[in-house]
Design a protein around this ligand. Structure first.
Ligand code: ZN
Length: 246
């Protein structure tokens, strides 16, 4: 089975369209969205509607902190994120808000767990940014593969039978073999707001038969999205951020 794992779309229509085209070209059996469909970007309605359609067609989607913040204020959010959420909440119709607030925090399929932030405390929006943070997930759940988003920087960790956690190197476009003797946690990079210095949209392709994970990057019209962020009156730093990917 081939799975497309997408996360942190952040209302970026152009990036989402480019990733969906790449997903189609690769050919997949299952789409998974790890949350943060909205926030930061200028197209929340379009992106929610596209995810609603994907879910109708069988996709799995879990809730991100920005999806939750549309209806439940998050005091931990920084002022720029909060300004974007207030703008987003004013755009979205009630049925789209209900869709976002009804999403589950986690979902499972076979030996895989899908969650926006961390497996150890899915509702606490922990950033899995280190081997130490990944350890929390490995020591709490027993799923062989855990997929997270939230960080906006792709990363891959594994845990051996002695519970030792290590990081693995990622080269975009190169399949990484997910050895059966280990459990794995993949932090999938953001579709709509990358922060690893590469502005191209990110997603990950899992081939569960070959047991390989490929982190992919896709170019899109970033200047168009940046212009629309500015035209919407969203904070200018959000336009600059997608241009640099930092
Ligand atoms: Zn996010």
């Amino acid at each position: 089975m081939r799975l497309a794992i997408l996360t942190d779309i952040h209302a970026n229509k152009e990036a989402f369209l480019a990733v969906l085209a790449d997903v189609k070209e690769r050919g997949v059996d299952q789409v998974v969205v790890l949350g943060d469909v909205v926030g930061y970007g200028p197209d929340p309605d379009w992106c929610v509607d596209r995810v609603v359609q994907l879910v109708k067609d069988g996709a799995i989607c879990v809730k991100g902190n920005h999806d939750a913040a549309v209806t439940t204020p998050d005091p931990a959010m920084n002022p720029v994120a909060k300004a974007a959420i207030d703008w987003t909440a004013a755009q979205l119709s009630d049925d789209r808000k209900v869709f976002l607030s009804s999403l589950p925090l986690t979902n499972r399929m076979d030996d895989m767990l899908f969650v926006h932030a961390s497996a150890n405390d899915p509702g606490d929006w922990i950033y899995v940014t280190s081997e130490n943070r990944a350890m929390g997930s490995f020591h709490t759940v027993t799923d062989r593969l855990v997929f997270c988003g939230h960080v906006h920087k792709p990363a891959l960790y594994s845990c051996d039978i002695g519970n030792r956690v290590g990081g693995a190197r990622i080269v975009p476009g190169s399949p990484v073999p997910l050895l059966k003797s280990r459990r794995w946690l993949a932090v999938v990079g953001a579709v709509g707001q990358p922060r690893d210095g590469i502005p191209q949209a990110a997603w990950a392709l899992l081939d569960s038969d070959r047991n390989e994970l490929t982190f992919r990057r896709v170019p899109y019209d970033i200047a168009a999205t940046a212009a629309r962020i500015r035209a919407a009156g969203l904070p200018d730093s959000l336009a600059r951020r997608i241009m640099t990917g930092e």
